[in-house]
Design a protein around this ligand. Sequence first.
Ligand code: CTP
Length: 412
Amino acid sequence: MAETPRRILLGVTGGIAAYKSPDVVRRLRERGAEVQVVMTPSAREFVAPLTFQAVSGREVRESLWDAAAEAAMGHIELARWAEAVLIAPATAEFLARLTHGRADDLLATLCLATTAPVFVAPAMNRAMWANPATQDNVKILQGRGITVLGPARGEQACGEVGEGRMLEPAEIAERLMQHLTCEPVLAGSRVVVSAGPTRERIDPVRYISNRSSGKMGYAVAQAAREAGADVVLVSGPVALTPPSGVHVVRVESAAEMHAAVLQAVNGADVYIGAAAVADYTPSVIHPQKLKKQADTLTLELVRAPDVLAEVAALRPRPFVVGFAAETEQLEAYARSKLERKALDLIAANLVGDETGFDRDDNALLLLWPGGQATLPQDSKLSLARQLVRRIALLRSPEQAPAGREALGGSLA
Ligand code: CTP
């Protein structure tokens, strides 16, 4: 929990979940925040401004054209006042307006004018949430660094059941505060992260690849950036928008990943190998498309460079973190990889049809020489933040701000 009060601007838009927003104010204030509520005109149809004034202890702002309120604190000043902007509930309409950068009411204008991090807690009917228009808007907003909290799945005000409910106020407050108390544990460090799959070409139209989506590596790059590091993200081919403020180097094959990583780690403090690099690559790349002939075809594959092991063998070398994706015997295989490749830390996860690939959440087992910690099922971004804190702690145990207990796990 944050000790210092945080200045949070809570935007309330016009959805039925607005009846829960006064509780969001209370939960934030319980955690030491100062909350300024800004309502859109349609939010007024659901909850009276007086309710928010009572729970926030501050006059509610509603209009760009309120001369008295503007004289006390103009809207640009209000945008600067906020250390974070939270929109809860965020309706489909408001998400669309935010995507388009509209400035036709006070809340939309504030979102455009603020440099503070923006969080949205969507709330809408499940079909509206699933609609490609909304999903595209959400992707664009995430690409711009806006954090989407939820939505939850369950029974909806309209009687339907599905994904679209606003997260509960306590969870919104908890997650927001977690983001805001993220400390710059890697400030001044240079971090290189590899992510995504590689593609090993067979001929001009075919390749061998794997199911890695790159989501974990991209989350790690974002978490390292949030923690104050200078981040280079060496990325295989993925369909993701890179986190803002991160330098991206795009590669395709294991050989290209190898070259790009070895160049980037020169002088780096930390290397996190989250990429699913091919272990084998075709011994020849056919210059023309292979034609079918016999009933069987044998491809000869040769070992690809092991990027992680090579980085770990450098002298001087960065702090080296590997990933292990296993389908069985998670701990035993991961510990043997940790030792064989002489790593400082390994993050292991089970993969299979139901887990791991292309999902937004996961669970990790962290192993390092002399200790381990289990990170239970959570979003990949939250796991990545915990991983980053663990890296900071292991690199300089005496300087890390978080207590060991706070991170869980055992230190031998
Ligand atoms: N890795 C790498 N270069 C490779 C293969 C893997 O840098 N050519 C890195 C991955 O980025 C990951 C770790 O090694 O951090 C785990 O790779 P994995 O292939 O699972 O481990 P291996 O040691 O190859 O063991 P095995 O294939 O037997 O599971």
